[in-house]
Design a protein around this ligand. Sequence first.
Ligand code: ATP
Ligand code: MG
Ligand code: FE
Length: 333
Amino acid sequence: ATILGIESSCDETSASICIDGEIRSNIISNQTVHEKFGGVIPELASRAHQQNIIPTVSEAIRVAKIHKNEIDAIAFTRGPGLLGSLLVGTSFAKAFALARNIPLIEVNHMQGHILAHFIEDPKPKFPFLCLTVSGGHTQIVLVKNYFDMELVGQTIDDAAGEAFDKTAKILNLPYPGGPLIDKLAKEGNPRFKFPEPQIKDFDFSFSGLKTAILYFVQQNTKENPNFLQENINDICASVQDRIISILLKKLKLAANQLEIVDVAIAGGVSANSGLRSALVSLAEQEHWNVYIPKFEYCTDNAAMIAIAGYYKYLNNDFVSQEIAPLARWSVSN
Ligand code: ATP
Ligand code: MG
Ligand code: FE
């Protein structure tokens, strides 16, 4: 079956063609309008999606070397995300399905991040544990089957990606800060020790870390106005180290308690080179089978929506034209 996948939950407009479980194209239009505001402006995101969606879909069809009449079903991100952004993808998908008289498939964006692991081999075996770390979420998910997932832990305040992005703002780095902190940390020594939050079970917290960094920078800048410029690499390395240690401590705890040895990471922050290598080391120590997505499938993309759509297509799991997007939607249903 040939599936067209559409992703528009935040600030990436993306379209992908999946044929019998194989990704043939994955076109991602990044929105640059948000850079000067230091964060995503929902109204501008929605307008940019409207401008991008048709060219992005056309490009995905062209790169896949198919004709649009060959598409058997259309899968779209129903949520969670920005409502105005989700509406563009949802409306497009509904119109396309109606015009072509093909089935419509809803996909949960957080399930999509996890199911990106089924694009290429080796594919994880069920049940596995997935640490999903993105701009809006930080979750530990027990994945029992493609669409049978249980949330076992999550952040009680900021997401890991938010911790990267808000720290970057404090450090006067441009948005989105995650990739830049990653790059600067490579030349740094993690010699500053930031506090580790004490949070119960498999839950996370990052807002205390953000505050600690803010005070640390303010205090040191008072004593030395050039403190930031002189120590930017070491500060980035220290912040990144602490975020990684917070994440992996809880992932290890969850895997040990649930007795799971197949462990994956997903979401935008799983592109972080420090997290990727720390996870590989931990997996060796713990004798885990570890699954790390290719870079292009970490941040938002439609390939993950198309592959999730393919597995739903096999189950005849379709939705009607009455479907509406959901700003909030749990990974577990
Ligand atoms: P959600 O999936 O929760 O709805 P989102 O879709 O906005 O949120 P993603 O696109 O999955 O999130 O991820 C974006 C986040 O990933 C941003 O916070 C960004 O800073 C972070 N990120 C991307 N690359 C890196 C990296 N190399 N190191 C750290 N963080 C990164
Ligand atoms: Mg984004
Ligand atoms: Fe995402």
